[in-house]
Design a protein. Structure first.
Length: 202
């Protein structure tokens, strides 16, 4: 059951400095009036999507995610925040440490990703099906790549993988059928998990 199920007279919530709005957490809170400063760009249909994500999308094909919102640092990009949008370029600030599941899933026109230096975790399916992506340079300092994080990116040809990655979930680059070049930084100790590059036929 959602955390705030049928909180019908709920008017305000103050969760600073970090606001996490998980899927269905605020379901049926009909009278909620304000949730200040989404430090996590979060689920569709809720306050962060309407006040933060949608205005960014209206800027055009390039999305530049701000490093702070109303004085709070943006530390994560939430579940499906930009999924299935027709964006072409995304710029992620150094303050973001985690990109959550499906955050950019099925963004069919996404061809450029500029990661910030503070990124630690890319969760499952975060960039699944980004078929226009051709070159990918993962940031130094990244520690964890989720299951199918970049799977079915069928246009992806080259990947740079830093030596900081310690945790690989399965199938991270599965079915990237155009992938021909994988550059591992010198000093890399861990290379992939189960079926990491499965069905990369090129």
């Amino acid at each position: 059951m959602p955390a705030f199920w049928r909180a019908l007279a709920f008017e305000a919530m103050h969760l600073s400095p970090v606001f996490w709005c998980f899927q269905q957490a605020l379901r049926v809170c009909h009278l909620i009036a304000s949730i200040p400063a989404a430090a996590v760009l979060a689920d569709k249909g809720y306050d962060a999507q309407e006040r933060v994500v949608e205005p960014l999308l209206r800027q055009g094909k390039q999305v530049v995610i701000p490093s702070e919102i109303e004085g709070y640092p943006v530390t994560a990009i939430g579940f499906s925040a930009f999924g299935r949008q027709d964006i072409e370029t995304v710029v992620i600030p150094d303050t973001v440490t985690v990109i959550e599941e499906y955050a950019f899933g099925d963004c069919l026109y996404l061809s450029e990703i500029h990661f910030g230096s503070g990124l630690i975790t890319i969760e499952d399916n975060a960039f699944y099906g980004c078929v226009s992506l051709k070159n990918l340079e993962l940031p130094k300092g990244l520690q964890s790549i989720g299951e199918c994080a970049f799977s079915a990116c069928i246009g992806l040809k080259q990947v740079f993988i830093p030596n900081s990655i310690e945790h690989w979930r399965q199938s991270a680059f599965m079915s990237d059928t155009a992938l021909t070049t994988i550059l591992f930084e010198e000093g890399t100790k861990t290379i992939g998990g189960w079926a990491t590059f499965h069905a990369c036929y090129s």
